[in-house]
Design a protein around this ligand. Structure first.
Ligand SMILES: [Zn+2]
Length: 259
């Protein structure tokens, strides 16, 4: 039995298949991560209205049940994110976001909150609504919360002492334990990074989903750097691998003299 379905979707990955076809991986609103075959997509660019570009948003019409993979019948572009594409750093961030989603999400499991997060962050990156680095922090923190990997920033993971009772202005974090390690416990469980108290307090609410609150807040450059450094180690740790796009982003920052 064949079933036809339509869904909004963001393109995560495209791979050539045979002489004429493409295998496309989308993150869709109604079915989560899906892989589709786009027949003759390389032979005729008109077949799917020209470009099938990474991290663009589409409305898809698909057909299941005719073979191993569902077939893409039609794709209508909803948002091409042109401003992202005209800016190297924004492109690097968007590539990082879709690579994380492609590696993190299970096939065929709808994740509407995560879809909304990815769409919102790409849209704001495109509109220049918030600084690029801040959007990356919000994306990664929110994804960790939705996925149940939210770092424990409230108590020491070993002895459960409250964060406010911990000594020192920089507090250790252990990734395997999933959060704070106080100085008394650091001989038993060694911290992998240290964050300042202020950064931890800000990270605690960065994944709150309240865009107005995030837009009104003031973040120091040091806090942004610390948060990025932490999340770009914490997220790959839980992903089990280092996204390729992260090295592109790091190389770009190094060339810009941003460390
Ligand atoms: Zn402790």
């Amino acid at each position: 039995m064949t079933i036809c379905f339509t869904t909004p979707a963001i393109l995560l990955r495209r791979v050539d298949f045979g002489d004429n076809d493409l295998i496309l991986t989308f993150f869709s609103l109604t079915r989560g991560k899906i892989s589709l075959i786009a027949k003759s997509a390389r032979k005729s660019r008109k077949r799917f209205c020209g470009a099938l570009d990474l991290f663009s948003a589409y409305e898809l019409v698909c057909l299941t049940g005719q073979g191993r993979l569902p077939v893409l019948l039609e794709s209508t572009i909803q948002h091409p994110f042109c401003q992202i594409r005209s800016d190297f750093k924004k492109t690097a961030y968007a590539s990082y976001f879709v690579e994380i989603i492609n590696n993190w999400m299970e096939q065929d499991v709808a994740q509407p909150r995560t879809f909304d997060l990815l769409y919102q962050v790409l849209d704001r990156l495109d509109r220049n609504d918030l600084p690029d680095d801040l959007l990356s922090i919000v994306f990664q923190m929110t994804l960790m919360i939705i996925s149940g990997f939210s770092p424990n920033f409230s108590t020491c993971c070993q002895c459960h002492t409250e964060m406010d009772c911990l000594n020192g202005c920089r507090i250790g974090i252990n990734f395997a334990k999933g959060g704070l390690i106080c100085s008394s416990c650091s001989s038993a469980v060694s911290p992998m990074v240290y964050l300042s108290r202020g950064t931890i307090k800000q990270l605690q609410w960065m994944g709150c989903g309240n865009w107005n609150k995030i837009a009104r807040a003031r973040f120091s450059a040091q806090s942004i750097q610390e948060s990025l450094g932490f999340l770009e180690a914490f997220v790959p740790y839980h992903l089990g691998k280092e996204p390729k796009s992260l090295s592109v982003l790091r190389q770009f920052r190094a060339e810009q003299g941003m460390g």
